[in-house]
Design a protein around this ligand. Structure first.
Ligand code: ADP
Ligand code: MG
Length: 617
């Protein structure tokens, strides 16, 4: 048999390897920004067009390259950063593999302009699909500008795989944040299609965080600082009341390199134990320094994960350090308490200066209240003659509306078995619909076949969801005008998200009187929303949208309605009086799909009197 093994031509090998390094425009941004940092730049400008799909350009005032280096920089494994394998264990640079430029040049049109300080004339190189198409001397300032155009122009499958501009831009901004945050002493600018997105002057860590995430962030920060033999930590955590349900601002940098670590996240989370609600996550910006020999980051070119030699010790130390910082913080009086925020975490309550308890809180702790309620229920059981709206609806619905086979079965069974049952006599005598609340969480009501238990929070979600969705499609929500407009601060990323959903939000009843760079003014809110809820709803919404990464706009309304419904719905643990309970049930059964929550969780269960009978036999 003839020999069949061939060496792949370089440009093919480069293209294949490029797939590993460059997944999307944001990967290019990361590599170029890191190269600029490695080149000791003090000013870096990122300019992108069409979410980086058309152009990604990074200009730096770093050391630049000689003509030979400029040409060599595009060769695979060409790096100035390590000379031997030993250097790998003492890395102080971002790059070291010498792959990025070669990879990028294999899948884009690249133009490089560079000049070192001691040269008069710089070098310009154009390269397309690994082929140098031009190399000439050029006039240029000291430093380097690399323009990457038409990414994936020669790999259509990859190009088509790219997400919407919103999503790709968000990835780019994420990378930009990470690099900019790790290097506050470097000035950064970012422009997108000629609009300024960021202009971050040289500063310190705190100012940099505020520069990126908005002025309001400043008062949320709790400093963290600790130095031991194996670990140095500094940075900030966000005060517990700013913990979020979704992925919020969570940044770990190890030796100034952004990393993800669920292990370390867990350490931070556990330091917040008891201070934040279950299911929420604290925000943090933490800079860890360890001996370069004690970590392994050489796992994958684009991996942001890391291995520590001494994981357990680092976990314990991090946890203790943050606990300590939080402890110090909570001793200090909370003067800058954020009155705007609608967070009702137990922590926040514990930090509030004593005020008259609200009715809800009162009810929760009043043992007589429940008794009174229940007695009321027993008494009225024989008095009330109101024709039921919801039960007839409920039963009617079952005959026609519900989709899943099991429910349909249930219904038929129920309507057949109604007569002559234990509860039937009582019901026909009284048509009583009185409900009661169980554990401030469930609403229990008798129905013909037995009883129904409704999850109040999920039920209300369903109600709000359908209402919001209707408003968004019909576009005629009612809003309440506020006497004093509310102001909310957001990061620029969040502002971008808000811009995108502004119109839909207006259909729900929000009225925006101003959109600034990192803040908005709200002069009207949906009637169903309280002033104190508004900020929380918007934040939660932005988080949900960021997490969901909607590609096309088509499910946007749905997502919006779901997220808002969740924030707005009455929480488990809220005491509801009988009137409120009945109102909720009535509203629920006016919904198109009363039996499931927007997230497809069951809203109610029915218990058949037959089953009670069995239990008592
Ligand atoms: P790595 O960063 O892993 O060394 P790259 O492919 O990213 O590999 O870059 C190759 C080489 O090109 C670098 O080692 C560096 O010497 C040079 N280089 C790249 N970008 C710049 C820049 N902005 N300024 C100066 N030199 C650069
Ligand atoms: Mg590099």
């Amino acid at each position: 048999m003839a020999d069949i093994i061939q060496l792949l031509p370089d440009h093919v090998a480069n293209q294949i390897a490029a797939g590993e390094v460059v997944q999307r425009p944001a990967s290019v941004v990361k590599e170029l920004l890191e190269n600029a940092i490695d080149a000791k730049a003090t000013e870096i400008t990122l300019f992108i067009k069409d979410a980086g799909k058309t152009l990604i350009q990074v200009t730096d005032n770093g050391v630049g390259m000689s003509t030979t280096d400029a040409r060599l920089s595009f060769e695979r494994h060409a790096t100035s950063k390590i000379k031997s394998a030993d250097d790998l264990f003492n890395l102080h640079t971002k790059g070291f593999r010498g792959e990025a430029l070669a990879s990028i040049a294999a899948i884009a049109h690249v133009e490089l302009k560079t000049k070192t300080a001691d040269e008069e004339i710089g070098t310009k190189i154009c390269i397309e699909g690994s082929e140098v198409t031009l190399q000439e001397p050029t006039v240029a300032p000291t430093g380097t500008t690399i323009s990457v155009k038409n990414l994936f122009y020669n790999i259509p499958a990859r190009r088509n795989f790219l997400k919407s501009n919103t999503v790709e831009t968000r990835h780019i901004i994420d990378e930009f944040h990470r690099v900019a945050m790790a290097h506050p002493s470097v000035a950064f600018k970012m422009m997108h299609n000629d609009t300024d997105v960021f202009n971050l002057p040289e500063s310190n860590v705190r100012q940099r965080i505020v520069g990126i995430f908005g002025n309001k962030t400043n008062e949320k920060l709790v400093p963290v600082e600790e130095e031991t033999e194996i670990l140095k930590v500094n940075g900030f955590v966000l005060k517990p009341q700013f913990a979020k349900k979704g992925r919020g601002e969570q940044f770990f940098f190890v030796n100034n390199r952004f990393i993800k670590s669920s292990y370390l996240h867990h350490a931070v989370r556990s330091a917040f134990e008891g201070l934040i609600k279950d299911g929420t996550h604290p925000g943090y910006f933490l800079f860890l320094e360890v001996a370069p020999q004690s970590i392994d980051i050489n796992i994958h070119p684009t991996k942001t994960e890391i291995k520590f030699d001494d994981e357990h010790a680092i976990y314990a130390m991090l946890r203790a350090t943050i606990k300590h910082s939080l402890g110090q913080f909570s001793i200090a009086p909370v003067l800058d308490f954020n009155k705007d925020s609608g967070f009702d975490t137990p922590y926040e309550y514990s930090k509030r200066p004593p005020v008259a308890p609200t009715i809800e809180v009162d009810k929760n702790f009043n043992p007589f209240q429940k008794e009174a309620n229940q007695r009321g229920y027993v008494q009225t059981a024989y008095k009330r003659e109101r024709p039921s709206s919801w039960e007839s609806l409920y039963i009617g619905l079952k005959a026609e509306g519900l989709e899943t086979p099991s429910e349909v079965e249930n219904i038929e069974f129920e309507s057949e078995e109604v007569t002559g049952r234990l509860f039937d006599a009582t019901n026909t005598n009284t048509t009583d619909k009185t409900t009661f609340q169980l554990q401030n969480k469930y609403i229990v009501c008798p129905i013909k076949s037995g009883m129904m238990v409704v999850h109040q929070h999920l039920a209300h979600q369903r109600i709000m969801y359908e209402e919001l969705l209707k408003n968004m499609t019909v576009q005629e929500a009612v809003s309440q005008q506020l006497l004093f407009p509310l102001q909310f601060h957001f990061s620029t990323t969040d502002m971008e998200v808000l811009e995108k959903i502004k119109e839909q939000l207006e259909h729900t009843g929000f009225v925006f009187s101003a959109f600034h760079d990192t803040s908005i003014e709200v002069s009207g809110i949906p009637v169903v929303v309280s002033e104190s809820q508004a900020g929380h709803i918007l934040e939660q919404l932005i988080d949900d949208i960021k997490e969901e990464v909607p590609d096309a706009g088509f499910s946007q309304n749905d997502l919006l309605a779901k997220s808002m419904a969740k924030s707005m719905a009455v929480k488990s643990g809220t005491a509801l009086n009988t009137e409120a309970q009945e109102h909720l049930i009535n509203q629920l059964f006016a919904c198109k799909e009363p039996s499931v929550s927007p997230d497809n969780r069951p809203v109610l269960i029915t218990l058949d009197a037959n089953d009670f009978d069995k239990k008592f036999s």
